[in-house]
Design a protein around this ligand. Structure first.
Ligand code: PEP
Ligand code: MN
Length: 340
């Protein structure tokens, strides 16, 4: 659906040209002419149309897109909301808030085993940890690769946790499947459309993070790539965006959580670790995210964060995670939720 407002002095030829273009695209056009202005309402949703194309046509004052450019991700596609179910009865998008915790990277068997034990003891349902790491510098630690995946699976099984870990490229999808429960698409890959399309053909759930400079509409269009391949087990994740503020690593956009819940049926999680980048600021933002309706939290926790190979400064001490989960258990009922 689109509305085109013609300029007061638009000629009949200009009006007809706009109507012709709308009809060509598949719109059913309804014309209203007032004392001096013509309004054209285009009913229908052609697959491909760009409202900007109409804004610049001769005689047009302005054009407005009324319907969202995404369909499968839109709330109206599944008004009741999507629940993503995992083994062990864990559900994301239901009444329970799901905690996913662990180090930024898998570093060694000892480190990830201890992380898993601590995460499980604190109340987490998922163990996180990158085996393939998208690092800003090519000289930084790049992850343990397949060895890291095997360790994640081993220690998660030992501690009754599920595994969430980042997939960076198409060739990693298939080899990862046996080791993981949830693919993480990182902020840097939110617009890697080829990767998203392939994940749409996978049958393993996907957690897609918001890009560092992505608008909410872009998040939902990226989600559309995965959904249109037939993979409906998709969870979105706010993880902070780049703004002019430099005190925090990113600016945690808490408002994106209720906005996304309004616009989409997909579960929405929050990653306050990357959102703020400073350990002591993670708990308040985690609480705020749950208060704002987050369906789960993805957080970095390291048994010895000061020795972490990546993101140590934003990784919680184990006891901080334990304390935070206790606070979340008190807070969640205020917004009609409970911690899984
Ligand atoms: C991560 O989870 O460690 C990570 C790299 O996150 P993001 O893609 O949000 O930067
Ligand atoms: Mn990290």
């Amino acid at each position: 659906m689109m509305i085109v407002a013609m300029q007061d002095q638009a000629t009949e030829k200009q009006v007809q040209d706009v109507i012709e273009r709308m009809v060509e695209l598949g719109f059913n056009v309804h014309r209203t002419t007032g004392s001096n202005q013509t309004i054209l309402a285009g009913v229908g949703t052609p697959a491909h149309f760009d409202v900007v194309e109409f804004k610049v046509l001769h005689g047009v004052h302005d054009a407005y897109r009324i319907s969202a450019p995404y369909k499968l991700a839109g709330r109206s596609f599944r008004p009741e909301g999507t629940q993503v179910a995992f083994p062990n009865g864990v559900v994301v998008g239901g009444q329970e808030v799901v905690i996913m915790a662990g180090p930024c990277s898998v570093e060694s068997r000892e480190q990830i085993l201890l992380s898993a034990k601590l995460a499980a003891a604190a109340g987490a349902k998922f163990l996180r940890g990158g085996a393939y790491k998208p690092r800003s510098s090519p000289y930084s630690f790049q992850g343990m690769g397949v060895e890291g995946l095997k360790l994640l699976r081993e220690v998660a099984d030992q501690t009754g946790l599920l595994v969430v870990t980042e997939v960076m490229e198409i060739s990693q999808i298939e080899p990862m499947v046996p080791y993981i429960d949830l693919f993480q698409v990182g902020a840097r890959n939110m617009q890697n459309f080829n990767l998203l399309r392939e994940l749409g053909h996978a049958r393993t759930p996907v957690l897609m993070k918001r890009g560092i400079a992505a608008t909410i509409e872009e998040v939902l269009l990226s989600a559309e790539y995965i959904l249109s391949g037939g993979n409906y087990d998709l969870i979105l994740c706010e993880r902070g965006i780049r703004t002019y503020e430099t005190y925090t690593r990113n600016t945690m956009d808490i408002s994106a959580i209720p906005v996304l819940h309004k616009l989409t049926h997909l579960p929405v999680m929050a990653d306050p670790s990357h959102g703020v980048g400073i350990r002591d600021l993670v708990p308040p933002l985690a609480l705020a995210a749950v208060a704002a309706g987050a369906d789960g939290l993805l957080m970095e926790m390291h048994p010895d964060p000061n020795k972490a190979m990546s993101d140590g400064a934003q990784s919680l001490y184990p006891e901080q995670l334990t304390k935070l989960v206790a606070q979340l258990r008190l807070l969640a009922p205020v917004v009609g939720r409970k911690v899984a």
